[in-house]
Design a protein around this ligand. Structure first.
Ligand SMILES: Nc1ncnc2c1ncn2[C@@H]1O[C@H](COP(=O)(O)OP(=O)(O)OP(=O)(O)O)[C@@H](O)[C@H]1O
Length: 208
């Protein structure tokens, strides 16, 4: 089994990477679902209490609590699927990275998704999933909180990196390459120079 984890700041494109996997029939395990499930178990609204419960879980069960609770979900998803790959959306710290490395060894690959602040702000504004998506100050705070948790260091330790600074089609192509999905379709932006780069060789961008 190949387990591919993604790490990236808010709005970098992790959700889009997960969409690409899902469309190709690759199971996706979202780490945040563990927290949402725990909120519901405690009778709390995940939309309001997500951050607090994530913190509580780490305090009560250790810094690797969310990764530990994600492990059985990954194994279940793999068992139910006829695919050899599972995508795990949303690592946040090196402790989580180490937990996955310990569990899956060389079968675990961490992929960093990077885009600069302004581009993420613009895309989140367009996404407009909630009010904070359009709030620059809120994004700055979210970035700082994530980096504080260890996201910056986790990004640096990724095995591969995708700079999501081009078109969505180019990004999706890079994701497909990393996931080992055969590309039968020809996207409509062949002129995008970013699409010519091999997906795994563009590490080191300053998008974080
Ligand atoms: N290359 C791109 N071109 C245009 N839009 C993009 C591109 N990549 C992502 N987007 C859009 O930007 C928005 C943010 O991307 P996405 O939801 O995948 O980010 P995320 O990393 O999952 O963010 P969060 O952690 O906040 O959920 C989405 O609306 C997505 O469709």
């Amino acid at each position: 089994m190949n387990v591919i984890g993604t790490v990236g700041l808010p709005g970098s494109g992790k959700g889009e990477a997960a969409n690409v996997a899902e469309e190709a029939g690759i199971p996706v395990v979202v780490m945040g679902d563990v927290i949402r499930a725990e909120c519901r178990r405690r009778g709390l609204d995940p939309a309001e209490h997500h951050g607090r419960i994530a913190g509580a879980l780490r305090e009560e069960e250790g810094d690797d609590a969310i990764a530990a609770r994600t492990l059985p979900r990954i194994r279940e998803a793999a068992a139910e699927s006829d695919r050899d790959t599972v995508l795990v959306d949303g690592l946040r710290s090196t402790v989580e990275l180490e937990r996955f490395r310990e569990a899956f060894g060389d079968d675990f690959t961490l992929v960093a998704v990077r885009a600069p602040f302004e581009l993420r702000a613009e895309r989140l504004d367009d996404r407009g999933r909630d009010d904070s998506d359009s709030d620059l100050e809120a994004l700055r705070e979210r970035d700082a909180r994530e980096i504080n948790l260890g996201l910056g260091e986790t990004l640096e330790r990724a095995d591969a990196s995708i700079d999501n600074t081009g078109t969505l089609a180019a990004f999706r192509r890079r994701v497909r390459k990393i996931l080992g999905i055969e590309d039968e379709t020809v996207d409509d932006d062949e002129s995008d120079p970013a699409s010519a780069d091999p997906a795994t060789t563009d590490a080191g961008g300053d998008g974080a």
